[in-house]
Design a binder for this molecule. Sequence first.
Ligand code: 13P
Ligand code: SF4
Length: 355
Amino acid sequence: MTRLQGSTPLSRRNAETAHPPLVLPDLAYTPEVARETAHLYERVARVIPPIEWPGFAPYIKAINELKRARNAVVLAHNYMTPEIFHCVADVVGDSLQLARQASKTDAEIIVQGGVHFMAETSKLLNPGKLVLIPDSRAGCSLAASITGAEVRALREAYPGVPVVTYVNTPAEVKAESDICCTSSNAVRVVESLGTKRVIMIPDEYLAKWVRTQTKVDIITWKGHCEVHERFSGEELRAYREADSGVKIIAHPECAPDVLAEADFTGSTSGMIKWVKEHQPSRVLLVTECSMSDNVAVETPKVEFVRPCNLCPHMKRITLPKILDSLVFLKEEVTIDPRIAERARAAIERMINLNH
Ligand code: 13P
Ligand code: SF4
């Protein structure tokens, strides 16, 4: 995390004055808590066993009350667990949707249900707001795969070639880039530059997939997602042999031999849209495991085949940590102003493309 030494940032001082730290509420599972959260349990009953609900419900009630008291919103990525995604989130979506919504909210406080690069994006687009991440150790193997200095070295090696940077990167890397992209707009972003060649960092497999969709020559980097790189084409062929009717839907962070087996490739929101539109009888989502639970809640006729690869970083975000975030206003996301302006410009160039 990039944190400037020195005095407390203005956004936090304002929020603390308006909303001083509170004490943790009572977290017993009482008949009142059961009654007030019953409608939420109904929503997630397909994916959360009844025995687990008393452990979640008091946190859900407390978080939803505190959000109102604090004028806060919870943004949740599609990989959050269902008790977060369906019961406390105000905005859900893929990286692009969360970035867009982050720039529109009127709330004073944003709590990021996702990993650190997503919280940085929210902060870059909301410099005057208090942005909190419930666990700042929630990193990303792609974000850790490249530094700002390495981007500068790439520019020296390929003078004049523009740099397209996946949002799964720290702000210091975005600051060295011409434009950002997500998995849902990568092809469009690459083609928007009007050049014959681009450098696309840091996800090698996303860049290789984009290569199959465009004539632009793409220089890649060797970053990989530790969750998606665990899938193999052989594993998917075995699923298909066992069940010829199963549909296979994959995220472009998977290796080319995996994508070759897929009936559809797209971002997390693209995958969700595909399942809702096609309503296959059985589907295998080749991505982080919690997403199948979240989509299953909304597609009761679809059966999900689940090879379960969890993202250890996303799974650091839990209901107790979200509650702590709101009570104690932690952990604040700050970005060195020396890089914030350039990083913001790269994100805004991407967002403006979609208008
Ligand atoms: P999406 O932008 O498709 O949601 O992907 C983000 C991510 O971290 C996938 O691993
Ligand atoms: Fe990063 Fe992969 Fe986790 Fe997404 S799933 S946050 S790309 S490690």
